[in-house]
Design a protein around this ligand. Sequence first.
Ligand SMILES: C[S@@+](CC[C@H](N)C(=O)[O-])C[C@H]1O[C@@H](n2cnc3c(N)ncnc32)[C@H](O)[C@@H]1O
Length: 380
Amino acid sequence: MTLTADLRTDAAAPCPPPPVDTAAALLAAAERLLPGLERGRAIDAGTLRAAMTAAFGGSDAEGAWSWKLAYDVGEAAQVLFLRRFGPAMLARSASPAAFLAMLERLTALLPSQTRRSEESQARQQFSTPLPLAGVVAAAAALTPADRVLEPSAGTGLLAVFAELAGTNLVLNELADTRAALLERLFPGVPVARFDAAAIHDHLDAAVRPTVVLMNPPFSALAAVDGRVADAAVRHLASALARLAEGGRLVAVTGAGLAPDHPAWRDTFVRLQERGRVVFSAAIDGRVYARYGTTVDTRLTVVDRVPADDPAVFPASPGMAPDVATLLNWVRRDVPPRASVSEIIAWTLRLFVPVGERGPAVFAALLARHPLLRVVDRTGP
Ligand SMILES: C[S@@+](CC[C@H](N)C(=O)[O-])C[C@H]1O[C@@H](n2cnc3c(N)ncnc32)[C@H](O)[C@@H]1O
């Protein structure tokens, strides 16, 4: 018997490209963009398409990749850039505002995100623009002693600032492709894939972050179709429950989620039974223009220390028209970290003179660094 095969290919129906490891291809494409960013060259749609096509072994027209994935690659390239050049940028910046301006110039090199995918819509995958992420990190006042949790870490645009500050990172992300990309972008960092609306129920008991940086989905829940008004609150409350005593949570949410909004006031009063809101300001949606949305957002800082009166909130400075203004407000209004104050007081105690002037020096020290309370050490 003779078997014959028709090996002609049909030009109208091209063979689909071979399957690839998506996360590996995303990282490879991001690495291809890095030299251009290093030279300060704009990454236009053509450059991004070429990097994606090379990394995936096929084009978007052939179904090898989508534009949403390409935008994720642009964000991953910013993470790689910041890891490589962030320390030098910080060293060269005369002020936090100068560092912010560098971040804005970097972001402007990437193309605007004009297309969305079904998953990006459903999971509300609007990443934090890099300059805003820089302000989030500034509000957190990170130190290398911190353990930082990012419960819905996306492409790592908040997490990379925690890495820059030398902290110990723990990441979580529900979307499989993004979680796999994070594992490649942050080798050695644990990446969990839980529903972060209940992150406190899921994470190992040993994970006790001193800082949470988060920009959760504003109105989407993992197992629910359609809009859920309190989705962000659930993410926030669960992360706050997991935060160590004295720790700080910094969140980007929709602008409406404010303590002075009548619809959310009671929610925030309940939240203040666990922590104290120390800052809340809205941010004009123009900050997100390059990221495919112009929705107004809000920066909220909560310290896990008891509120004197859970029904009282700090006055909001209003709506920041840009990130530079927001940074100024953060530097002016966000108080020092509670846990840091405690450590300062504890450390300085060792230097209080024991002679005649000792009590007066100690009194002056306590006036400057009020003793919030005495706690057992929970960290290393
Ligand atoms: C608004 S984006 C922000 C991403 C990242 N935090 C940032 O600031 O750039 C929200 C992220 O949460 C992820 N996500 C959506 N629902 C989630 C859930 N229930 N648990 C964990 N992550 C979730 C999305 O896939 C997306 O990456």
